[in-house]
Design a protein around this ligand. Structure first.
Ligand code: FEO
Ligand code: CA
Ligand code: CA
Length: 638
């Protein structure tokens, strides 16, 4: 998602007014960043095997694609891309499930059995270890109500609200590959839609807190639905983590928001979803605690369509971008998370207990117990993880943190108190499969460099419209344990055009141009995949004039070499990357093709910008999951 409806709802909504000092003074200049050779990086990071390896094929051996402004999905000549699951396609659970109606006239009941809108993060769960038969869990982040209904947002009604709510949430689909082609199983016992009205539990330390209690749920443990599910993650025990990002935009209030609400961007009229007009749960004046029941990471067992999804409060309440897991050396799980807003923070959670064999059933409460940390970067390439624990680091009752639940419900304020480092919009986080080194995208921050918001070595560019990617290694150079509370960091890449005249917009000399990195993932061989989300209002203009549509690139983390792998159709962002275990297929999501600068389509001209993927005969552009593979059956990225 860009920023929600309209440019004036940009991501300073829930502005961090704490004015945390950054790490001041650039000790690592831009030039130094670019001059770092792979060998120097390896030395600094204490790395010996950062290089990407593949069993077959040369890493980055594909023919890179040029920038594009065409309304097509373009992949290298030696690859094929096939659309798998579009908004409105039947989820596959029920024989005779409703087909998509190209004029947008499907009912809300239909929509609750079809793919939701605006696909985002996803994860693949192979069935019985088979790389050709799996479940795919897909987030549906938000809706463009101009496209969703026949007449857009005119004649606004309870049924339109219900349809918008049904187009949110998650799809679980069963997919199978036959003769090289992926299909959605039409009658799957696993298929499931989770929506903004699916019953869920709140677990962990904040469960049952007074702020989580409502008239409908006086004990504060049960909530309906999940909202604005952005990036995602999977766990070593096979569950899906879906993350609530810009949930604040759904709540409206006639009263002035409180300071605590403002810190999370609640505002009078929300972001224009207008749910509160027909569903008073989203009227914050009538139900002031409902918004506290959002902003969490939600755990779903994809293998059990009857499982009640669980909001894990131990992982904190922020605008969760994603949740990337890895294992500490002693077997505890570590979850990396970004809070995607200007000047917000990077977090990690370390479980109290170790992961046990036996899948979800054996690890059902693992994410309810552990310690949440926030990152503090120092200017000398070192950093520390600061515990967000009641009674420690200044998190005391007199500051409003009487219990651990207070800390978790007000995670942002707690992070302010302990001295976290404000970042340029943390998006996805990826862990190298061999070295454990962690990479994170900072998508952009046009307000960096303004008074009180100076550049520092981890966020080194003022008016950072292009964004950058950072990397760190946990613990000492040799220790490399994800549970460490100290780390050593470096820049990986400043995004931009390597040939840009203006230094602020100039990208890494070792790669193709791109801006606003967002999606980020390693494949099992150690190639780093980067997906971009330049907002539609910035695309094709100013410093983005020659950069074309949003794209996906592939990088060698050792050399920094970065090549453009695909370009998307008009008005889309590229997101949601996941791979088959044999690395022969990469799945991605094309989100909001055809989006206009206002982020809400004109229902009378739904194809004004794009008719992808159905072409001129189709009724309207549709977000979709796409399967991409090599024509010769080799590994992707080679
Ligand atoms: Fe939903 Fe931060 O992207
Ligand atoms: Ca994102
Ligand atoms: Ca984004």
């Amino acid at each position: 998602m860009g920023q929600g409806y309209g440019k004036d709802f940009e991501s300073d909504e829930g502005v961090n007014v704490s004015h945390q000092p950054g790490i001041h003074e650039l000790d690592l200049t831009r030039r130094q960043v670019f001059k770092c050779s792979g060998a120097a990086i390896a030395m600094l990071m204490g790395s010996h095997s950062l290089g990407a390896s593949t069993a077959t094929g040369k890493p980055l051996g594909f023919t890179p694609v040029p920038v594009s402004t065409s309304d097509t999905l373009v992949v290298p000549a030696e690859y094929i891309a096939e659309v798998l699951y579009r908004w409105g396609d039947p989820v596959g659970s029920i024989a005779g499930a409703p087909l998509f109606k190209p004029d947008g006239s499907n009912s809300w009941e239909d929509q609750s059995l079809q793919a939701g809108m605006h696909h985002d993060g996803m994860a693949l769960f192979p069935i019985d270890g088979n790389p050709r038969h799996a479940l795919l869990a897909i987030n549906h982040e938000y809706t463009d109500d101009g496209l969703l209904h026949v007449s857009g947002m005119s004649d606004w009604s309870a049924n339109k609200v219900r349809k918008s709510q049904a187009a949110h949430g998650v799809s679980i689909i069963e997919i199978i590959e036959r003769q090289g082609q992926w299909h959605v199983m039409p009658d799957s016992r696993f298929a499931r839609r989770i929506t903004a009205n699916t019953s869920m539990l709140l677990s962990g330390p904040a469960s049952g807190h007074d702020l989580l209690k409502t008239a409908a749920d006086p004990i504060g443990t049960r909530v309906l639905g999940t909202l604005n599910n952005c990036a995602a993650g999977d766990t070593p025990w096979g569950s899906f983590l879906t993350c609530e990002e810009n949930w604040n935009g759904y709540f409206s209030s006639s009263a002035q928001p409180t300071a605590a609400e403002k810190r999370y961007g609640l505002r009078h009229k929300g972001w224009g979803y207008r749910w509160h007009e027909y569903d008073e749960r989203f009227d914050a004046t009538k139900h002031p605690n409902e918004s506290y029941r959002f902003g969490w990471v939600v755990e779903v067992d994809p293998m059990d369509p009857t499982q009640t999804p669980i909001k894990r409060t131990a992982l904190g309440r922020i605008k969760h971008e994603g949740a990337t897991t890895t294992l500490a050396k002693d077997g505890r799980v570590v979850v990396y998370m970004g809070d995607d807003e200007r000047f917000e923070y990077l977090y990690k959670f370390i479980s109290r207990d170790i992961v046990r064999p036996g899948g979800y059933a054996a690890n059902k409460t693992l994410l309810d117990h552990g310690t949440l940390y926030v990152a503090h970067f120092e200017a000398n390439g070192h950093g520390r993880w600061l515990a967000l624990v009641q009674g420690e680091n200044g998190l005391t009752a007199d500051k409003g943190f009487a219990t651990q639940a207070d800390v978790l419900i007000h995670t942002r304020q707690a992070a302010d108190v302990v001295g976290a480092t404000p970042m340029d919009r943390p998006e996805w986080i990826a862990v190298h499969p061999h070295t454990g080194e962690v990479f994170a995208t900072l998508t952009n921050n046009s307000q960096r460099g303004q008074p009180g918001r100076g550049v520092d070595s981890i966020n080194p560019r003022a008016d950072n419209i292009m964004g950058h990617i950072i990397r760190w290694r946990e613990g000492s150079a040799k220790g490399n344990d994800a549970a460490a509370t100290e780390f050593r960091w470096m820049q990986f890449a400043l995004a931009g055009d390597p040939n840009a005249e203006q230094t602020e917009h100039r990208g890494n000399i070792n790669g193709d141009m791109y801006g606003s990195p967002d999606g980020l993932a390693f494949d099992a061989g150690g190639l780093l995949w980067i997906q971009t989300d330049v907002s539609t209002s910035a695309m094709h203009q100013g410093a983005y004039k020659n950069m074309g549509n949003n794209m996906m690139l592939c990088a060698d983390p050792f050399t920094g070499e970065t090549k453009r792998f695909l370009t998307g159709p008009r008005g889309c962002e590229i997101t949601g990357i996941t791979f088959t275990p044999d690395r022969k297929t990469v799945f991605i999501n094309i989100q909001h093709p055809g989006e206009t600068a206002s982020e809400r389509s004109d229902p009378d001209a739904p194809k004004a910008v794009s008719h992808w993927p159905d072409g001129p005969q189709g009724g309207r552009p549709r977000s979709a999951t796409v399967a991409i593979r090599r024509k010769d059956g080799g590994m992707v990225g080679t």
